[in-house]
Design a protein around this ligand. Structure first.
Ligand SMILES: Cc1cc2nc3c(=O)[nH]c(=O)nc-3n(C[C@H](O)[C@H](O)[C@H](O)COP(=O)(O)O)c2cc1C
Length: 322
């Protein structure tokens, strides 16, 4: 078994790339609660080449943040090649190429999911990735551009021919965005036909839905995306459900507060105090989803500008019901 296969197959649940979310603090919080394989958010090859400081910061990692995948977005072979010279200086285990992002700003530049409409160009870009990478290359795609062009199987076969060692598929079209039904059949078909491992993505929101993805598609692993927002416990809950058929109890308020505080502290260490507190605001909203009477505290969290202020607000969570 090659290395990609053994690393991937040993992780049933993989933390998916999440733009604006899966930074180092978020990855470490999830790893601390059972996630073993994580991906960085997508990184624009162009931004990397033109030395955008924020983009370089996105690549920073620590030794315990492994195994780790990074993901590039692009559509120009020369720029991609130059971006790979930069990423080659960092330590990671899988190099992914994004042909899945549905955002108009991205697709209008011919990047992300719009490459599903240009299989020849996509093949050329993948060969650049494979020829210039020391680590296995993966590809993330969607079922297709829209309902009338569900071409994921052909795209996946071409990718395998180009030397891609792992395929991610989000079982929705670009047209569907993040809503609507996940097409499990298209993932199943790809898994049946391809020799390389397949990661299924789409509606992996609970242990039961993750099991449904595995059962209906036969995929090797499942990408956890929105399911991990405010819920890093999803990894161990899913492991327990898959191994023993048992749903672990949800974390109690004390544990939620402990993890929130740890996450806030990691954000402040990584971004500096002010930016860390501001960055944590969105995570505060996700951690407190479903809490009753939470509105006033959320309003305060949205104004918090220091670590102490945010810590105080987290402490005050005992005064609301969850
Ligand atoms: C906030 C957010 C950011 C995302 N960023 C990326 C990204 O950078 N790269 C990528 O390939 N997919 C990205 N995705 C897609 C997810 O990785 C995943 O494929 C998708 O959300 C479907 O899974 P889910 O329905 O379980 O959330 C993003 C999704 C969300 C919600």
């Amino acid at each position: 078994m090659d290395n990609t296969k053994s690393t991937i197959l040993s992780s049933t649940c993989i933390l998916a790339p999440l733009a604006g979310v899966s930074d180092l603090p978020f990855r470490m919080i999830n790893r601390g609660l059972g996630c073993s394989f994580a991906f960085l958010p997508m990184i624009s090859a162009r931004a990397l080449v033109y030395q955008n400081k924020n983009t370089e910061k996105m690549l920073s990692t620590i030794p315990s943040d492994r195994p780790l995948g990074i993901q590039l977005l692009g559509n120009d072979p020369d720029i991609l090649k130059r971006a790979l010279e930069i990423t080659g200086q960092y330590q990671f285990d899988v190099l992914d190429f994004n042909a899945a992002c549905p955002v108009r700003k991205v697709t209008s530049r011919g990047e992300g999911a719009s490459l599903l409409k240009e299989p020849d160009r996509l093949g050329k870009l993948l060969r650049v990735m494979v020829d210039n990478s020391d680590v296995p290359v993966s590809l993330k795609i969607r079922a297709g551009w829209d309902a009338s062009s569900v071409n994921a199987l052909n795209v996946a076969l071409n990718a395998q021919d180009a030397g891609v060692k792992l395929l991610w598929i989000h079982g929705r079209t670009r047209e569907q965005g993040y809503g609507g039904e996940v097409n499990y059949q298209v993932i199943r078909k790809i898994k049946d036909v391809l020799d390389i491992p397949v990661i299924g993505s789409g509606n992996a929101l609970t242990p039961k839905l993750i099991k449904k993805m595995l059962d209906e598609t036969g995929c090797d692993s499942v990408g956890i995306a929105r399911g991990a927002l405010g819920n890093p416990w999803i990894f161990r809950q899913t492991d327990s459900f898959l191994e023993k058929g048992m749903l672990l109890p949800d974390p109690d308020l004390k544990e939620i507060k402990t993890v929130m505080t740890r996450h806030l502290n990691l954000c402040c260490d990584y971004y500096g105090e002010k930016n860390g507190a501001v960055t944590f605001r969105k995570y505060f909203i996700w951690y407190t989803r479903g809490f009753k009477n939470i509105k006033p505290l959320r309003k305060r969290a949205f104004l918090a500008a220091t670590q102490d202020q945010m810590t105080g607000i987290i402490e005050n969570l005992s005064k609301v019901d969850n």
